[in-house]
Design a protein around this ligand. Sequence first.
Ligand code: GLN
Length: 477
Amino acid sequence: MHSTSLTIDAARFAVQERKTTALALLEAHYERIQKEDGQIGAFLTLCKDRALEQADRIDRMAAEGKPLPPLGGVPVGIKDVMVTRGVRTTAGSKILDRYIPPYDCTAVARMEAAGAVVLGKMNCDEFAMGSSNENSAFHPVRNPRDLNRVPGGSSGGSAAAVAADMAVVTLGSDTGGSIRQPASFCGVVGLMPTYGRVSRYGLIAFASSLDHIGPLTKTVKDAAIVLRTIAGRDPMDSTSADVPVPDYVGELDKPVRGLKLGVAREYFGEGLDDEVRHAVESAIDKFKSLGCEIVPVSLPHTPYAIPTYYLIATAEASSNLARYDGVRYSYRAPGVKTLSEMYRRSRDEGFGAEVKRRIMLGTYALSAGYYDAYYLKAQKVRTLLTRDFDEAFCKVDAIVTPTSPTAAFRLGEKSNDPLAMYLADIYTVTADLAGIPGISIPCGQTKEKLPIGLQVLGKHFDESTILRVAHAYEQAA
Ligand code: GLN
């Protein structure tokens, strides 16, 4: 096996047994990045010094014969919306072009404490707003499976790097699908945990009630290992839940026979590409042959999910992004004469078009006179969408759906039509709104050899079941 196509266990084992070193693994990945990333564009910043220090720490442990922690020596990438002490963190935006954070995101700190070696920071849509990575202020990311296509977004760099073997694992963030959809476009595994399962401390906020951190990996088992590492209560994030973190890996191999899997009609309607439909339907047949019971369920409020999401997410974004005003850590326009000119020009020059569109939409939805009609209404519909899932989960253990209505589209194909871009999030935004966990795993490919993603949704805090279902499919397929 190549030193850049390893899983977590294979990498850690090789370092532990002194078959290789963390340093050699690190160098192999940097060489691969050097060779491949010129055309893919997944990385925004490399942090070699930090990586060398960490690799050295792991190699010394291995040399002393100490047991390595679960991610010992594993090269990882971090989406550039998670702050890293001393390492530039841009959120894909010009407004944070030169921001060097003074602290580490909890999820990143936990990855490093578990032995991971951070290679660098991954490209993404500006402030994680987008579905194609074309909204990055720096450069787009290309899909390693077809360089003329998008990798998905907003965690496009995170997905592309894993798909192209430039990192064993990456962390992404998901507010409306940004882990699962790029995972499906690039043919990797992407896990969005339950809201509150993973601390958001140090995650640059897009929409705080919807933001989640989670892993993109080559296998379901790797996703289980990373979730176990980053999950759990963090006093620095009051919304992180004090719920015990199960041994996800230990539960992976429990049989799936007898599990009830829901299939919702609303996820197989208009707009679903035929090849995607076929792939997901044959996955459902596969589950039947594994002894799962397929149960029809209904999620009747699904048609309202996109408007609900794009009201709540933009409302929260307009408030969260008010802090970028040129005063503290963000870009400040040069030569300004008054305070209001500084605010205006710094924001005008610092933010890209999509971010401005979101701020305007959100400000409008929250403004006096419109608040009840838009924001409050959206919150009520959010409750109805959550109840749809609550009712469905009285009957089933998990729900299977396509991750995205189509496979990866071409660069530029939707960039002039924001609405078409928003509509493609139909199967992913619902889980964010309901706060439930979801995973996307590869399930075949189109005639043009583009990956297709299968999504498995679960009950609150029941990542174990969706990981187990996904693992069973992965092993069987
Ligand atoms: N595509 C969605 C959006 O543009 C989701 C983004 C995300 O999950 N961060 O808002």
